[in-house]
Ligand binder design. Sequence first.
Ligand code: ADP
Ligand code: MG
Length: 289
Amino acid sequence: MRTIAVLNQKGGVGKTTTVANTAAALAAMGSKVVAIDLDPQAHLTIHLGIEPQAIKSGSYGVLINEAKFEQEILLARLNLWLLPANIDLVGAESELVSVVGRETILREAIQPVQDKFDYCFIDCAPSLGLLTLNALAAAQEVLIPLQPHFLALQGFGKLLQTIELVNKRINPVLKVEGILLCMFDSRASLPHEVKADIEKFLNSARGTNSAWAGAQILPTSIRRNIKLAEAPSYGKTIFEYEPTCHGAEDYKKVAEFIRDGGPALCGAEQEQPAIKVESMLQGPGEAPQ
Ligand code: ADP
Ligand code: MG
């Protein structure tokens, strides 16, 4: 099972839209997919047409070790399972504060289903707290959706630094697979400038042993498309709501890119030379603003 955390600590950049539609596209191609809603706002759960209020335990129960992953997942579509979230998840961070090994609860919880699914997507909350650490400890790959507007790169360095720390301390196989530009408007010049800035930033880590040394901007960007914004309110994926729109076309290409391997196939490098955390923190530093 390839476990992919879809992460950006900024809200509204396209994480949930990416998980819902990429997972749905891969499921439609015949892969067995499980998606995990790790955001207390439960947007992924709602996007897939499930009422968070009806969820008794979901991802919260799994994280506080009250429920088993296999028992909490729901069949949301053919080949697509969901570990839903509800608002209880808000309390998980504080409830787990004194629990030993609290960063690796999700990793242990999904261990028994490694052979049952081809892909596991984790829709992260917009923070770099304990929920996100659990996602990073459980994943082999990170996909970062990013909206290429003014200040898009603010906080990007911090995000990569967090991934790096998890990679060095808890999860040596973790790699940033790529950056997915969402809500891309190719007619404006700013998105192209932001894209060039990210490329420059990623190039600064090439050939190093950093967790994002192999990261690239995905060849397909997700165009701004109103249908993608409308579909969640009907509890539908884009393929159910408007299968011929640009949004459906773009997410199908992203799913194909992920299926065909992408740049950083998980588990390729199990062992990495240890580097000093101090020197890592000085790394490439904050991304250009
Ligand atoms: P996040 O999970 O990062 O907070 P979402 O996926 O929920 O972000 O997206 C934020 C908002 O933008 C949602 O209302 C979503 O429907 C909308 N949206 C996402 N991608 C697009 C797109 N490509 N074009 C238009 N609207 C989009
Ligand atoms: Mg979201």
